[in-house]
Design a protein around this ligand. Structure first.
Ligand code: ADP
Ligand code: MG
Length: 163
């Protein structure tokens, strides 16, 4: 993360995409930890949490979004899992657009493919995905599901114990 200054000044975000369990969130978490060790504030969250805050939180909605955008790095984990209501989509747009205007880097992890993001189903999605793709360069995570391997190991372990 010696390159952080460049990433910040040139606003170079990432879109970490790929299969479930391929290590996208883990990788994003590593970046967050490395920066926080250098006392650079990072917010790693997801839209389920953000929408909860906006809907039930006591904080003023705009103040909350302004606060999210004040972090030098914002990480949105599991982007694209919050589809559904018009209200939700509007808030997702508000957060993405505010971050876009702030010109600060954003990292998103998603199970959506760049192809899906480039072919949005309607205008509200197009407004969100278009900004995301401009801010974030897609990086593909290939490889197997780490979780399956972990589950397999646990099963082997239990088998041994029960012998
Ligand atoms: N590089 C890695 N080395 C070891 N374990 C990893 C690595 N990347 C991910 N894992 C583990 O694999 C599991 C799935 O990773 P995760 O980042 O949650 O996947 P994704 O976000 O792509 O669905 C987690 O338990 C995580 O701790
Ligand atoms: Mg994940």
């Amino acid at each position: 993360m010696e390159k952080w200054e460049t990433v910040r000044s040139e606003n170079l975000g990432y879109l970490l995409w790929g299969n479930v369990g391929s290590g996208k969130s883990y990788f994003a978490g590593c970046i967050a930890n490395a920066l926080m060790e250098r006392e650079i504030p990072v917010c790693m969250t997801n839209f389920a949490t953000i929408l909860n805050h906006l809907f039930y939180g006591s904080e003023n909605r705009n103040a909350y979004i302004v606060r999210l955008c004040s972090y030098p790095l914002l990480i949105l984990d599991d982007f694209g899992m919050e589809r559904g209501t018009e209200y939700g989509l509007e808030q997702v747009y508000n957060v993405i657009d505010s971050r876009y205007i702030s010109k600060k880097p954003l990292i998103a992890t998603t199970n959506l493919t760049p192809e899906q993001l480039k072919n949005p189903e309607d205008v509200p999605h197009a407004r969100i995905y278009g900004r995301l793709l401009e801010m974030c360069t897609p990086v593909r995570f290939t490889g197997d599901d780490f979780r399956k391997a972990a589950a397999q190991q646990k099963m082997e372990r239990l088998k041994k114990l029960m012998e």
